[in-house]
Write a protein that binds this ligand. Structure first.
Ligand SMILES: [Zn+2]
Length: 426
């Protein structure tokens, strides 16, 4: 029977995969590009992993699958909650096919639930006990030194320790994939590497600068991943389907931009106290933002201190659009795109969608920390997410040849279609 294998490289941009394939850093990937089809792929809005991976595994948009970001507010409150796999309103592909699936380190799928095969959830996974199905595998994973995520905290103190942990995490992940590949019967195998995203957040500068202290280590991490890609490619035959993809792109970060600071400064967001806290939000507030740059109107009926009426909504939206489109920092335009929810989302959960979603211009990393004391700042990260340059690589001509750009929403259809096809041929 035909196998389907999906390798995820969290956050890796189209340009980097091309660059490393051309330069010989990723020779195995280069070979697959030559025999297959590499495309630039657009991500979800917002371009964060929880939304993008939820879209990849369901083929649905956020107003259908219900995941709009890493955070949301409890209904009718200003209290932040963290949506998880239980909040995903659509079934992932592995619950829609007849084959057994092995799913390793997939973001936004915690806590795991019963399924046909094996599921180890990726970040944000809190407790190993609820991250692994079936539970009997836990002792084996512990034996491999399996870590749910890289310890990014280390990077704030020592990049050397962080890189060491990145390697350790990758090695255990590789041991785990090999064991599961051989020990189980499966039709679909999905393995996601998330250390790539962490590495690029902290050390994008080391990618761009050949003289950077960590340039070689940056390359080495991708060499190691390419080795795994080569091993997996060699285990497949030409009828099997191999998909390698990322969930969003990446680029260099020049400045963090704090959207709630801007909303405060311009009078759209007010607090009852000098200390900005969610519980202190004033009823005079017209709008607020959740990470990374999702704008919610403080509408009457939606929020306990919402006073904005549906009739006045359009005026406020236009004022906000004016504010964001004219925003400049050091003479540079900050916001590339402003989307209204109706333009980008469609489905039964449209009501829970942000009213506006912003995408930053090159180098501007949009954030929604309400306690920010400045409009712009420069933190520890040197890389940031992008929306329009994720990638997808398939080991054959399978993607639509139309001029329409491939998006994260197209992936589930390819996987399910291919699984059904292979099943009916047996
Ligand atoms: Zn990231």
């Amino acid at each position: 029977m035909k196998k389907i294998v999906i390798i995820g490289l969290d956050g890796v941009p189209f340009e980097l995969i091309k660059d490393f394939s051309d330069k010989g850093v990723m020779p195995n990937t280069s070979q697959i590009i030559q025999e297959g089809d590499l495309r630039c792929m657009s991500s979800s809005l917002p371009e964060v992993s929880s939304v993008a991976w939820s879209s990849i595994i369901t083929g649905k948009n956020p107003a259908e699958h219900g995941i709009f970001g890493f955070t949301e507010l409890y209904p009718n409150t200003y209290q932040i909650r963290f949506p998880n796999f239980l909040d995903l309103k659509e079934r992932p592909f592995w619950e829609r096919v007849k084959e057994n699936s092995i799913i390793i380190n997939l973001p936004a799928t915690y806590p795991v639930r019963e399924m046909r095969g094996v599921h180890i959830s990726g970040f944000v996974s809190i407790d190993l006990e609820r991250s692994v199905y079936p539970k009997e595998l836990i002792p084996k994973l512990k034996e491999f030194g399996y870590q749910l995520d890289v310890d990014s905290e280390k990077a704030h103190h020592s990049l050397d320790l962080f890189l060491e942990d990145l390697d350790k995490t990758l090695e255990a992940r590789v041991k785990t994939y090999r064991y599961l590949w051989e020990s189980y019967k499966w039709g679909i195998f999905m393995l996601v590497f998330t250390g790539t995203d962490r590495l690029m957040h902290f050390l994008w500068s080391a990618y761009e600068d050949e003289n950077h202290k960590y340039h070689q280590q940056f390359l080495d991490h991708f060499r190691k991943i390419d080795e795994v890609i080569g091993q997996i490619h060699n285990r497949l035959d030409s009828n099997d389907l191999l998909i390698i993809l990322s969930d969003h792109g990446f680029e260099g970060l020049d400045k963090d931009i704090y959207i709630n600071y801007l909303l405060r400064k311009e009078g759209f967001l007010k607090f009852e106290d000098t200390q900005p806290e969610w519980r202190n939000i004033s009823s005079e507030s017209l709008a607020f933002a959740l990470d990374p740059a999702r704008i919610y109107l403080n509408l009457k009926g939606n929020y306990p201190k919402g006073k904005l009426s549906k009739e006045d909504k359009e005026i406020v939206l236009r004022d906000l659009e004016g504010l964001f489109s004219s925003l400049e920092v050091e003479g540079k335009r900050v916001i590339k795109s402003i989307y209204r929810k109706e333009e980008i989302y469609k489905g039964p959960f449209l009501e829970s969608a942000p009213d506006l979603v912003l995408v930053g211009e090159k180098g501007f990393n949009l954030k929604a920390n309400i306690k920010a004391k400045n409009l712009s700042d420069r933190g520890v990260f040197t890389g940031k997410h992008t929306q329009d340059n994720a990638f997808i690589l398939v080991n054959r001509d399978l993607l639509e040849s139309s001029s329409k750009k491939t998006s994260v929403f197209d992936v589930a259809k390819i996987v399910i279609g291919s699984a059904e096809n292979s099943y009916s041929k047996r």
